[in-house]
Design a protein around this ligand. Structure first.
Ligand code: COA
Length: 314
């Protein structure tokens, strides 16, 4: 059964605006990225999503394909963004089967809660490798195709029919590093790097017609990120810190994506689009909820009650 459209994209966009376009997305089986890709597919694109988990990635691709009759969605599993060669193979398969790459979403990320005192060098490196190196590998592997797409979709403001755009990349980041946050040092450092990578891409490849932007989601309902960052019993606490008084939805991130990839985003590059109900402006020293600052740190407590908590070594 296809997901109802209102769950993942607004009615405001015209069907077919991404006809004959291809989106390549890392971390595409995740809750946020799958909604972004589903929206683009609904609006005409074909897609290739890659991820580490084979079953999850393949099943999600099949599910996303139900968004539009005739849609082609490849799901390539066993791809770790830390391994540039496997990523390049996935890009080649995407181009061979779907004909090119017009849009890229660098969405793969790693996250868990841990204070520096409980964060090994390898744990820090794992998140840096997935987020920063993984985003860089994604950019490098897809750039030749983005350049080709940008060159065949020049001056979309002059030829605006059917949002004829191409050569665009979005990096999925966060807002944690704007204020910094305890238990999130590794992610703060990594996401600052991801932001810098996007901004550099915008200025180095803008002259070739490529746009590069960051989407920074705030607390979004029903996502793995929320399960990793807040204890269930504390989730109401998080809502009260969001000026708009609620969690965001994956549809709101998907709409931001359509805006940036579509005709609406022609002159937007080197930017960060924060979609968080103004949450980061009231971001306190608490990660998610249930980890009171500074008591949690002073008591040397161990993080429990969230997805991704540290496993004991056998
Ligand atoms: N607290 C502290 N350290 C942790 C941890 C936690 N909750 N979870 C993992 N680590 C450490 C491990 O102990 C290991 O360090 P060590 O070798 O010094 O013991 C290191 O991180 C790597 O862990 P490992 O499980 O081998 O790495 P991985 O590459 O399989 O997994 C992670 C990467 C750790 C980032 C994992 O959380 C992951 O796969 N995340 C992907 C999904 C995700 O986070 N999505 C969130 C989107 S918001």
């Amino acid at each position: 059964m296809p997901l109802p459209k209102q769950d993942y994209v607004s009615d405001i966009w015209k069907d077919g605006i991404f006809e004959n376009k291809v989106v390549f997305c890392t971390g595409g089986a995740g809750s946020i990225c799958s909604a972004q890709v589903r929206a683009l597919v609904h609006l005409g694109a074909n897609a290739c999503i890659v991820g580490r988990n084979v079953e999850k990635t393949e099943n999600m691709a099949k599910d996303i394909a139900t968004a539009r009759q005739g849609a082609k969605v490849l799901g390539i599993g066993a791809i770790d963004v830390r391994n540039v060669e496997s990523l390049q193979n996935a890009v080649e398969q995407c181009v061979q089967e779907l004909g090119g790459i017009d849009y890229v979403i660098a969405g793969a990320a790693g996250n868990f809660l841990a204070p520096i005192s409980q964060l090994s060098t390898n744990a820090f490196k794992s998140v840096m490798d997935i987020d920063v190196l993984g985003s860089y590998n994604t950019l490098k592997a897809t750039l030749p195709h983005l350049i080709t797409s940008a060159s065949s979709h020049k001056n979309p403001h002059i030829h605006p029919s059917r949002a004829n755009t191409g050569g665009r990349i979005i990096f999925i980041s966060a807002t944690i590093h704007y204020t910094t946050m305890p238990l999130q040092t590794h992610v703060s450092v990594a996401k600052a790097g991801v932001d810098a990578l996007s901004h550099s891409t915008a200025i180095e490849f803008g002259p070739r017609g490529i746009t590069s932007n960051v989407i920074a989601p705030g607390p979004i309902a029903g996502t793995e990120g929320m399960e990793r960052l807040a204890r269930k019993e504390g989730s109401d606490q998080v809502k009260t810190r969001v000026p708009l008084g609620r969690y965001g939805t994956v549809k709101e991130i998907a709409d931001a994506t359509v805006f940036l990839f579509g005709d609406t985003g022609n002159f937007v590059s080197g930017q960060t689009l924060v979609v968080d109900g103004a949450a980061w402006r009231t971001q306190s020293a608490n990660p998610g909820a249930g980890f009171p600052y500074p008591d949690f740190l002073l008591k040397d407590e161990v993080v429990t009650g969230v997805k991704g908590e540290k496993k004991a070594k056998l």
